[in-house]
Design a protein around this ligand. Structure first.
Ligand SMILES: [Zn+2]
Length: 398
């Protein structure tokens, strides 16, 4: 935790002011702060926004640093993509620590200060991916906060031994229990959900489950998730990632489900996908449901897209949700900053006294202009530490 004085920043779209960070938290925001004992950075009138938050990614999967991957699998079959990835990881001998360092630092260069990473747990890679990502989290503790989810990417019930590995992963330090399409992948929703909720109960940890299942099938799985969250008193401890089924056209059905999600304080993580139905921000906001956003995997065997930039992701959230007014685009940014942190049950990243000293200086005319142009990042600060300058991290990637 560090001290830093930033001079002459525009606070979001407000007036120019100085920001004093002491012991890792914002201590004062005012014009003309004098703190001669503290290192100083001149913002030069650039815009200060809260630290960016990637609330859903996969640090162990990226092929960053490798020759460009030629994708011959496509997106028609989830099972084919899962098999292909597991085979490629083995064939290339990917080092999850090296890959997660490359990915995390790329995100930091764009302004990330907090990341939730799902990490593959399966009977081939076993716990290696988690070991690698936990090593990265430790090495980068002053640079970016990394939270891990033990994620049964290859299925839980269909691969014997995976539940036991998930149990070990949680004992090793994974922060949350992951899950994946209980019907679509495992074909055993009761078995899958009983297993992950059992692990959550045993280890006293929350759940973040990938739910790609669309339409009525997804709603069926979601009901089973909520039944267990309710029975186990897990209000505020369950997150559903993607939740494509909430983008189904049956308005009354979706509204009833949103009311139930809100009552159980279930959080929704979205990538604002362009190729799938998706939960809609305004509809979720009307129910007060906490929303985070993420880049998901970037440049991996699943697809060539993504670069780790959560400011760019804020633009995608805006585009996907038809957010046009300034106040709406700012909400898209909030989902990628403070709102995302709240959805992760972390302290809200905000430019206010008492908030974590995490912020990004961006060039731009206004906040909205910075979002739509994903403007250059001049400086990234985490807990009062400068972590990146002019798009380059201070810690080098392997
Ligand atoms: Zn994912």
């Amino acid at each position: 935790m560090s001290n830093l004085l930033i001079k002459n920043a525009r606070i979001l779209d407000g007036d120019a002011a100085d920001i004093l960070i002491r012991n890792g938290a914002i201590a004062k925001i005012a014009p003309g702060i004098a703190a001669p004992d503290v290192a100083t950075e001149d913002a030069g009138g650039s815009i200060a926004i809260p630290g960016l938050v990637d609330a859903h990614t996969h640090l162990d999967k990226s092929l960053l640093g490798w020759p460009w991957y030629k994708n011959d699998v496509g997106g028609a079959s989830l099972t084919a993509m899962i098999e292909n990835e597991r085979n490629m990881k083995t064939r290339l001998g990917l080092d999850p620590h090296v890959q997660s360092m490359r990915h995390a630092l790329k995100s930091v260069a764009f302004g990330a200060t907090l990341i939730r990473s799902h990490v593959d747990i399966d009977t081939e890679g076993r716990l290696r991916a988690l070991e690698g990502v936990l090593e990265t989290a430790e090495r980068l503790a002053d640079v970016v906060e990394i939270e891990t989810v033990a994620f049964p990417q290859s299925g839980l019930m269909i691969r014997e031994g995976t539940v036991e590995l998930m149990d070990q992963a949680l004992a090793m330090g994974a922060d949350l229990v992951g899950g994946l399409d209980p019907c679509g992948v495992d074909r055993d929703p009761k078995g899958h959900l009983d297993a992950i909720f059992g692990l959550a109960e045993k280890h006293g940890k929350g759940i973040d489950i990938h739910l790609h299942e669309r339409g009525e099938l997804g709603m069926f799985s979601m009901e089973m998730i909520l039944d267990r969250a309710e029975a186990l008193g897990m209000k505020g401890l369950v997150t559903i990632s993607h939740a494509f089924c909430l983008g189904m056209p049956d308005h009354l059905r979706v509204e009833a489900m949103l009311a139930r999600l809100a009552a159980l304080d279930v959080r929704i993580m979205t990538t604002a996908p362009t190729s799938s139905p998706a939960p809609m921000v305004k509809q979720l906001d009307a129910h007060g449901i906490k929303i985070g956003a993420g880049n998901d995997g970037i440049q991996d065997t699943w697809g060539p897209y993504g670069n780790g930039d959560m400011l760019e992701r804020a633009k995608f959230v805006g585009l996907r949700n038809n957010l046009r007014m300034d106040v709406e685009v700012k909400r898209a940014l909030d989902i990628c900053t403070g709102g995302g942190a709240e959805a992760m049950a972390k302290p809200r990243r905000a430019l206010e006294v008492g908030a974590p000293g995490d912020l990004v200086l961006v060039d731009g005319e206004t906040v909205v202009q910075a979002v739509v142009t994903h403007a250059p990042r001049r400086l990234v600060v985490k807990g009062g530490h400068v972590t990146a300058r002019d798009g380059r991290t201070l810690v080098g990637a392997p």
